[in-house]
Design a protein around this ligand. Sequence first.
Ligand code: THU
Length: 135
Amino acid sequence: MNLPVALVEALRQQARDAARNAYAPYSRFAVGAAVLTDKGEIYSGANIENASFGLSICAERNAIFHAVARGARKIVAVAVYTKTPQATTPCGACRQVLAEFGRDALVICFTDIEAAEQRHSLAELLPRPFGPESL
Ligand code: THU
């Protein structure tokens, strides 16, 4: 999918900004994510950890839930930012949650190093997701 460069830049900017609000005192691995909806709106989120580690939640799911809580139902792209040498792709749980709202979403994983950016379709990251058609 080819998104306008300015829109991708806005998405990247919001993901990078969101990472500053990550609450990751245990892993020290801050992640910021931003999702673009079919209405052209952008919602962001950061990972938020808990002393009960299993209750921690990823940046991607927070961004998706932020969008959905605001009324969005279709996500067309997600940007995931980490301040790491290599780009970070979403965990399996986040891929499944994204499948619910953005089966055709473009996933842009990026860092401060331009050449490290990776772009994938969700279908590539999560072939054959579980979905409502199975229920
Ligand atoms: N994390 C994310 O927020 N997104 C990812 O794509 C991978 C992992 C978070 C979860 C946890 O707070 C920390 O990164 C280390 O796993």
